[in-house]
Design a protein around this ligand. Structure first.
Ligand SMILES: C[S@@+](CC[C@H](N)C(=O)[O-])C[C@H]1O[C@@H](n2cnc3c(N)ncnc32)[C@H](O)[C@@H]1O
Length: 148
């Protein structure tokens, strides 16, 4: 194992979790900044060519975990590993964002669902490889169908 350390921080308009859209149909089109620490700036070389990035980050304000929980997108409980709950044994978040521009070590992105100041663990280019026909969406598809 290793001791994770932030490579940077998210700057977003969200100061509290209640401000972040949740539940079925929630849209994540808020813009924000990924501020990468100076010592990691060289690692951003050539990142501009990618339209979307995977951001791995820390739920630093989650405090504990539940193995079963009822997500805002359903009224039925599910196992934590079948959800995107912040309350997980290893509090790691994953968000796919659109890369709008780069200014040195700052990346302007669209699609943030993180609180301001959230520590970033890693960035990777997003390369989708699973076709729509092969993708199954489990309980979420059922919850959406029930709502119609
Ligand atoms: C449902 S999680 C999904 C996050 C990510 N897209 C994922 O799949 O891992 C998003 C929620 O996490 C919470 N959140 C965002 N930033 C956080 C932070 N730094 N610490 C704790 N909770 C946070 C907010 O309540 C937000 O609505």
């Amino acid at each position: 194992m290793f001791s994770p350390r932030p490579i940077g921080h998210v700057r977003s308009l969200y100061k509290t979790t209640s401000e972040i859209p949740k539940g079925l149909g929630a849209k994540h089109d808020a813009e924000g900044l990924l501020e990468i620490l100076p010592e990691f700036e060289t690692g951003l070389t050539d990142i501009e060519g990618f339209s979307h990035l995977i951001v791995l980050w820390v739920f630093d304000r989650a405090g504990g975990f539940d193995l079963i929980g009822t997500p805002p997108s359903d009224n039925r409980p599910h196992g934590v590993f079948a959800t995107r709950s912040p309350r997980r044994p290893n509090p790691i978040g994953l968000t796919v964002v659109e890369l709008l521009s780069r200014d040195g070590r700052n990346l302007r992105v669209r699609g943030v669902d993180m609180l301001d100041g959230t520590p970033i663990l890693d960035l990777k280019p997003y390369l989708s490889s699973i076709s729509e026909e092969k993708l199954r969406r489990g309980w979420l598809a059922e919850a959406e169908a029930r709502r119609k």
